[in-house]
Design a protein around this ligand. Structure first.
Ligand SMILES: [Zn+2]
Length: 441
């Protein structure tokens, strides 16, 4: 009897601690983060990556068994929500996700424990707190909260990233880098404070996988967002713009849509998306979006999740949204543990940062992180993998990837000695110069 009473009290306490399904403004979001941290100080950390135009912090809650530290071989994952200030479902979902992970970890829930112990998870509930504030203060009945998409200056942050996709298309034709494409300081100077803060954040962590949570449709959208060819008329259909990792991106988007309670039906908000997924460019063209930037400037594979027809639904719908998305949010995070991972080491056995990992047949390389560890997401199959670095012999090996856990392949690079260098020079064949190169005739 006493045991039953104890169980009832425990259930009541757990329920009382749970986060209510309501909209959270900036200050109440801060309180939610701080209460989650107080309940789970061993596996959480709250930090800010910078400030919005109106000096609101861009908060991230990190969930990991070793918060604040990159553990060698443990991949970094992120969710970013509320980039458009009036698209708010993702913001509430991430608060609930943080609370859920904290509570389930305390309860030793096996799936959550495995995830938290093996992944460094970062959740940014709002990338645009100023836009949210504007949207939340409007009268729902009068204008359906259409304002607040942009930041305080009305700039659409998902068009504010450097356009690297155009450069990529140029490189495909004329040669050039297929990864980590840089951009000019002139572009940097024109960016909004929220965009700059997020770029610094994503460049300072070796993120492997992420999603960006939006609203206004229900579909998982994958890169590229910018089409290869410009449309000649508005009647012309947009064409698919595939990345070299197209199959993988389709799989990642399908993982979300098929584990979401209704996304994969595809028939939502008067639109029809087969299997609940869509290539960004085939839907509509976005230049300067965040998902293309992640893929082309960093190691991160990012997709865009459109979660609700109504961008700012009444709070009474939030419980249903959480129930529809919870499994998908977890399943998508688990995808960070696929493909191949390992460490690139130098001649002294130290981790080699910025070493290159190429997969034969997929024209998109990734690099090792600050401590030499790398994470290459891949679908099951047999691949040839090459690690290379300036001044070292490149190394190639065959690897079999299965669906359950990442295969581990470490590379110990060997320096090119002066002797090797001289031999290499001798081995380079010399061709007779063409007549035209001998001078004008
Ligand atoms: Zn949006």
């Amino acid at each position: 009897m006493a045991l039953l009473a104890y169980a009832a009290i425990l259930a009541w306490l757990t329920l009382a601690q749970m986060l209510p399904f309501e909209h959270h403004g900036h200050e109440s979001m801060e309180r939610v983060f701080s209460s989650i941290y107080k309940r789970c100080p061993d596996v959480t950390r709250v930090y800010s990556v910078g400030k919005s135009w109106r000096h609101r912090d861009l908060y991230v809650i990190e969930i990991s068994d070793n918060p604040g530290v990159h553990e060698l071989g443990e991949p970094e994952f992120k969710y970013v929500a509320n980039m458009h200030g009036n698209e708010v479902v993702g913001r509430e979902l991430l608060l609930h996700l943080a609370e859920y992970l904290c509570r389930r970890y305390q309860q030793n829930h096996p799936r959550v424990t495995t995830l938290v112990n093996n992944t460094r998870i970062h959740l940014m509930a709002s990338m645009n707190p100023d836009g949210y504030d504007l949207a939340a203060r409007q009268d729902l009945e009068i204008n359906r909260r259409l304002q607040g998409r942009g930041n305080a200056r009305g700039i659409d942050l998902n068009r504010n990233f450097p356009d690297l996709t155009g450069q990529m298309y140029h490189n495909e034709k004329h040669g050039g880098a297929n990864h980590h494409i840089s951009f000019s300081s002139a572009k940097w100077n024109k960016m909004e404070p929220e965009t700059k803060a997020v770029i610094k954040w994503i460049q300072s962590h070796n993120f492997v996988l992420s999603a960006n949570l939006h609203g206004g449709a229900v579909v998982a959208n994958y890169p590229y967002d910018k089409p290869r060819v410009r449309r000649h008329s508005t009647n012309q259909r947009q064409s698919n713009a595939a990345t070299p990792d197209d199959k993988l991106f389709k799989h990642l988007a399908t993982t979300y849509s098929s584990t979401h309670k209704w996304m994969s039906t595809g028939r939502n908000c008067n639109r029809n998306f087969p299997n609940g997924i869509v290539n960004g460019a085939s839907w509509y063209s976005v230049t300067g979006g965040m998902q293309d930037f992640n893929y082309l400037n960093t190691n991160c594979y990012d997709i865009t999740l459109e979660l609700s027809c109504d961008k700012f639904p009444d709070a009474t719908h939030l419980k249903n949204e959480w129930s529809g998305n919870r499994e998908a949010l977890l399943s998508f995070m688990e995808q960070v543990h696929r493909g191949v991972k390992g460490i690139i080491r130098d001649e002294n056995g130290n981790g080699y940062p910025n070493g290159l990992i190429s997969v034969h047949g997929i024209d998109h390389d990734i690099t090792s992180g600050n401590e030499g560890d790398y994470f290459r997401l891949l679908l099951p199959g047999v691949y040839w993998l090459t690690a290379s670095a300036p001044g070292y012999h490149s190394e190639t090996t065959q690897v079999t990837v299965n669906d359950s856990a990442p295969s581990v392949v470490d590379f110990d690079l060997k320096l090119i000695s002066m002797e090797d260098f001289i031999i290499q020079q001798k081995e380079i064949p010399t061709f007779p110069r063409r007549a035209s190169e001998n001078g004008p005739h």
